[in-house]
Design a protein around this ligand. Structure first.
Ligand code: AMP
Ligand code: MG
Length: 401
């Protein structure tokens, strides 16, 4: 049986380099950057005011206080987006707003709350407080210097990063293409939602759950019709899916039963197959294959096994396919609210629920057909074989949503 890390390493080593495409920045959230970005300008682009107030020479208001205000002559006004053409000279000030360019000659801004317009002389401003030189000024380039690297290939375009890139004036960027991922469900017992249940039948659920995970992974799901357990139907379904998709994810039909046709159908089509029993629970039978530069992931049919093996082995592959450097599930620190054990001899990824205070509990029964605990869970807890953890233990929870 293969260890999880070894299986994942083999998969990742097989994937080709990402294919870049240019897209509008407004659609780039969640995508993977495919180019190095260098800031074309400084941020802020000019020295500007951090406050609504008055631009002054700091020495002119030195020693100002409530009991002995200083007064300066108002010579102009510069709104945000405006540009004051004069200069602040000794004894003068300019009305200024947050984001307004600092007028030449000024070296500080006094905030409006520390000032008052002289009622008798509206051209005179009284200052109740002093400022230090360069106080309340945001400097050109203090956020980002011009010509610095602001994104590297493999970076995920978070909401924060797209904000930065927008501020730097980028409108189009290169990202890794998203794979089109075909979803096949194999099993003669499976019934489409909306159809009546026949004796022995169950509603098919893996394609729905996996499509939801795919959308979050940065992939385009393409759902194909159900595949009955015959060699012929399986072969035809795989051939169609491979024609239309970059990656095909199947569920069911990868065990050792005589009605498990995924592996044989794939090799008959000319696919190159790797079949593993990965030493994880839920999971175990797992198929990885290549066909003319495209990839097959054959997941076990049990809904929880399909879901968890997708998260642990397919999601990282699909992120790497787009060029992501970091392909692993995000981790969150938590504290066990109850003892948890894995008496088995396989590593167990338990369905757990971590609450907003970081308390971690089992999400319920852990057998691989139990969907109720999957619905209650918001994370997985990686427990080594034959191990137990007491209540109060610090743990890391793998999050998927
Ligand atoms: P298999 O891997 O084909 O042996 O299936 C294992 C178990 O998972 C069986 O109980 C199947 O009925 C069930 N199963 C397989 N595929 C699906 C599916 N797409 N949706 C729901 N249950 C499934
Ligand atoms: Mg089956």
């Amino acid at each position: 049986m293969l260890e999880y890390e070894a299986a994942l390493a083999q998969i990742l080593a097989t994937l080709p380099a990402a294919q870049p495409e240019r897209i509008p920045l407004t659609q780039a959230h969640g995508r993977i950057l495919a180019e190095q970005l260098v800031s074309p300008l400084a941020l802020p682009p000019f020295d500007n005011s951090a406050m609504d107030g008055y631009a002054v020479q700091a020495k002119d208001v030195q020693g100002a206080s409530a009991s002995s205000p200083k007064s300066l002559r108002l010579i102009g006004r510069v709104a945000a987006g405006g540009n004051f053409t004069g200069a602040v000279e000794t004894g003068t000030c300019v009305r200024i707003f947050t984001g307004s360019p600092l007028p030449p000659g000024a070296d500080a801004v006094v905030m409006q709350e520390d000032t008052q317009i002289d009622a008798a002389h509206p051209e005179t401003i009284l200052f109740w407080d002093a400022v230090k030189p360069w106080e309340n000024i945001r400097f050109r380039g203090e956020d980002v210097k011009r010509a610095t690297i602001t994104g590297e290939p493999g970076n995920e375009l978070t909401a924060g990063r797209v904000s930065l890139l927008a501020a730097l004036g980028f409108t189009e960027i290169s990202v890794g293409k998203m794979p089109v991922v075909g979803l096949l469900a194999s099993g003669s017992e499976l019934i489409e939602g909306g159809q009546p249940l026949t004796p022995g039948g169950i509603y098919e659920s893996n394609r729905t759950g996996l499509a939801a995970l795919l959308s979050r992974t940065g992939a385009v799901p393409k759902v194909f019709p159900l595949v009955p357990d015959t060699a012929d139907a399986t072969r035809r379904a795989l051939a169609t899916a491979f024609e239309q998709c970059d990656v095909v994810v199947t569920s069911g039909g990868v065990s050792v039963g005589e009605l498990d046709f995924i592996k044989s159908a794939f090799t008959e089509l000319g696919g190159e197959l790797q079949f593993w029993k990965v030493a994880i629970r839920p999971g175990r039978p797992f198929v990885f294959g290549q066909w003319r530069g495209k990839f097959l992931f054959g997941l076990p049919g049990n809904p929880v096994s399909a879901f968890v093996t997708f998260l642990l082995l397919v999601r990282p592959a699909l992120r790497r396919w787009q060029g992501a450097t970091d392909v692993h599930l995000p981790r969150q620190m938590g504290i066990l609210a109850e003892p948890l054990a894995n008496p088995g001899d396989r590593r167990h990824f338990l369905r757990v629920r971590i609450d907003t205070a970081g308390q971690v509990r089992s999400a319920g029964a852990q057998a691989s057909h139990i969907l109720n605990s999957l619905a209650a869970a918001n994370g997985l807890l990686d427990l080594p074989p034959q191990s137990s953890l007491p209540a109060g233990a610090a743990v890391q929870v793998l999050n998927w949503e």
